[in-house]
Design a protein around this ligand. Structure first.
Ligand code: TA6
Length: 299
């Protein structure tokens, strides 16, 4: 669909405008009384959210690819229907097919209090079926307002059940990772991806002095990202009992071609997931909704 058609069908003057973004990829640009926002049709990928009077809340890599066959680095990649490497086929893309697929715009709306809602849709096609045989529909709803709502609705439109692993894989912008504290996960168990998935216990809050890659399990907890000298960010969720916290630190940052070598200093991922023991089996005709809400904490 071309930009004129997108704007004719889904543009909302003064609020939601479709433009050619990086790499010429089409994106929705949001500007309303609450915030600025951006969402690419590639991967239904939110790449920007900045409440008025605030710094951008999402981190984006200045070295991100914007190619049809690559995920965008930063913002909110959507990992589905598997998380991490494919369980059996190493040839299949890391973190599934949703974030490298081209989605369609399903609807746009201005909600109460001037929140802008953009909904994008992905249904199975020859390309997805080549990687994953099941019929499905995904609807990604992003609501850009005083807070950012990221909601993925997964529908099994086939006649066989399937397992659905998901990550709303949000990259948060921080000023200095060594001044960040993550609160809300104390007492929870996590599998340490850096130690053969060993099951460990989180005691107290989480700080960063090295690479961290953890899947917190049995956790429906809200999380607060605190930063000395910056407003905190509150992350809440529904439809998820696992949370991933990731910072690549130095060596992994250097290994990623679309990630600045010093990028680890200004980002942290807090991901709302259905991962590991929280993978959901979806019966034919059923739907699962997983949602993350990001809110700046008032001063
Ligand atoms: O966030 C958890 C994680 O699985 C990390 O292990 C790291 O690989 C990250 O996702 C990013 O993955 P990507 O495929 O986007 O480079």
């Amino acid at each position: 669909m071309n930009l004129d058609a997108l704007n004719d069908d889904f543009g909302i003057p003064g609020k939601i405008q479709f433009e050619a973004g990086h790499g010429g990829l089409p994106m929705a640009k949001v500007s309303n009384d609450n915030c600025l926002g951006e969402m690419y049709l590639h991967g239904a990928h939110v790449t920007g959210y900045q409440p008025l009077g605030s710094d951008p809340l999402l981190w984006m890599s200045g070295e991100s690819f914007f190619f049809p066959d690559k995920p965008i680095r930063g913002g909110v990649p959507l990992c589905w229907p598997w998380f991490g490497a494919h369980p059996t086929d190493p040839e299949l893309p890391q973190h599934g097919l949703a974030r490298i697929a081209d989605w369609d715009v399903a609807s746009t709306n201005q909600l109460a209090d001037d929140t802008s809602e953009v909904v994008m849709r992905l249904t199975d096609n020859a390309e997805t079926r080549a990687a994953w045989a099941h019929p499905f529909e995904l609807m990604m709803r992003a609501c850009f307002g005083e807070e950012l709502t990221l909601e993925l609705t997964i529908s099994n439109s086939g006649d066989e059940p399937f397992d659905s692993a998901t990550a709303i894989h949000t990259y948060f912008a921080v000023e200095n990772i060594e001044a960040v504290t993550i609160r809300g996960l104390a007492g929870r168990q996590f599998t340490d991806q850096l130690d053969n998935n060993a099951l460990k216990l989180q005691s107290g809050s989480l700080r960063f002095r090295a690479e961290v890659d953890r899947v917190y399990v049995d956790s429906e907890d809200d999380v607060v990202i605190e930063q000395e000298g910056r407003p905190a960010v509150h992350v809440s969720k529904t439809g998820s009992r696992s949370t991933v916290v990731w910072n690549p630190w130095i060596a992994k940052s250097q290994r990623m071609p679309d990630f600045p070598d010093d990028g680890y200093q200004t980002m942290v991922c807090v991901e709302t997931t259905n991962a590991e023991s929280d993978v959901r089996t979806l019966q034919p005709g059923r739907t699962h909704v997983i949602r993350q809400v990001v809110a700046p904490v008032d001063g």
